[in-house]
Design a protein around this ligand. Structure first.
Ligand code: GAL
Length: 396
């Protein structure tokens, strides 16, 4: 081969790889699934709690249903020593041993820190020590990092002098820095950005290496908050896809603050949104209803569909909303959501979702085929509830 040609190919390869190095990795072809300490245990966590939840993840069937990440959220941090080494608090005597235990169960291990000097709870975070922390996380065996903005907001304010564009650029650089530091450890680590949707993160999250990014503030275990977060995702579908997902936050299913119909709405909406499915309840104490919701294989299959398309609102009549998600092979998932506080008749008009009959339909909560639909399907949807269908063309 001509030497100049060879050098030019080499340069092209080098620059192409260098300019792509801030791009998202390929560790999350479908939305990550797992469990997090945060929604149920908050700061009341320890090595023993995490081991018991990992055990329950296996014995309950959650792991086999696809939930594999065991994510320790805020509350594990201890102090940073004179050499800059970050130590867990005394509830976590040996993080590497804990990660090994989680791995021995066929699960993956997630951890939490942030770009500021402090986490939201005032514990030590990674500001100024990003590279050192990334190396240590990799050495412990971390597979997933949640990076929470928290006190970095103060730094953005100070360094930008209040200029919004500057402040956004500082935030983006901080997220990109940790991405690069994780990358240079050589360990595959899913990168979860948590900055509550600031600066329309969905428009730039992939450019700084995010595999997922929170789109809103925190969820809480009540229908009002869950539904306002979930339905507010309308319009964000163009920004998600394989390895880069919008994250409307950890699931509350099983925490006790919502009815079974409301939790079904929560799970259905998250699946249609192709949201990360990270359970946030006590896996060692699940009612049969909670299990049937979190481990509904047909709903999980909608979330995890390999086409990787986020669904969106197709149409709405006030609080009666119809959402759709295109699936691989030409099927479509449909959610008929009744946001009112009374059972209400709702109609699916195939033409309004760009389909026409005849199609076969399956109800993903009753697990029954409901026959062939021609143009419309009318059904009573419970208050705050959902009817979730999967439609297939008869002659695709
Ligand atoms: C919040 C974050 C929550 C949780 C919490 C821990 O900022 O949004 O998901 O991580 O911090 O303190």
């Amino acid at each position: 081969m001509n030497k100049r040609f060879f050098v030019s190919i080499l340069c092209t390869f080098f620059f192409a790889t260098a300019s792509m190095s801030a791009q998202t990795n390929s560790l999350a072809p479908t939305p990550p699934m797992g469990w997090s300490t945060w929604n149920h245990f908050h700061h009341d966590i320890s090595d023993a709690v995490v081991r018991a939840q990992a055990d329950a993840m296996v014995s309950s069937g959650m792991r086999d249903a696809g939930y594999v990440y065991v994510n320790i959220d805020g509350g594990w941090e201890g102090y940073r020593d004179a050499a800059g080494v970050l130590h867990p608090n005394s509830n976590f005597p040996d993080m590497k041993a804990l990660a090994d235990y989680v791995h021995s169960k066929g699960l993956k291990f997630g951890l939490y820190t942030g770009p500021g000097p402090k986490t939201c709870a005032g514990a030590v975070a990674s500001y100024g020590y990003e590279e050192q922390d990334a190396k240590m996380f990799a050495a412990w065996g971390v597979d997933y990092l949640k990076y929470d903005l928290c006190s970095f907001r103060e730094i953005m304010k100070q360094e930008s002098g209040g200029n919004v564009q500057k402040s956004d650029a500082i935030m983006q650089a901080a997220y990109e820095k940790m991405h690069r530091d994780l990358l240079s450890t050589g360990r595959p680590i899913v990168y979860g950005m948590c900055q509550y949707g600031w600066g329309k993160v969905w428009t730039w999250g992939t450019q700084v290496g995010g595999n997922l990014w929170r789109t809103t503030g925190d969820i809480s275990d009540n229908y009002g908050r869950m539904s306002s977060i979930g339905f507010r995702e309308a319009g964000l579908s163009p920004y998600a896809g394989p390895n880069h997902w919008n994250d409307p936050d950890i699931l509350e299913v099983g925490n006790g603050g919502m009815t079974t119909d409301e939790y079904r709405t929560h799970m259905s909406l998250w699946a249609i949104l192709a949201a990360p499915l990270v359970a946030g309840n006590d896996l060692a104490n699940m009612t049969p209803e909670t299990k049937s919701i979190l481990m509904n294989k047909e709903v999980i299959a909608v979330d995890q569909d390999p086409l990787g398309k986020q669904g969106d609102r197709a149409y709405a009549a006030g609080p009666l909303e119809v959402w759709t998600k295109p699936l691989q092979g030409g099927d479509v998932a449909v959610g008929l959501f009744n946001r009112t506080s009374a059972p209400t008749r709702m109609s699916l008009h195939l033409a309004d979702i760009g389909w026409h009959g005849p199609v076969t339909a399956r109800d993903l909560w009753s697990h029954r085929g409901i026959g062939v639909l021609d143009e419309n399907y009318t059904v009573v949807v419970p208050q705050h509830g959902v009817v979730m269908l999967r439609l297939s063309k008869i002659n695709p």
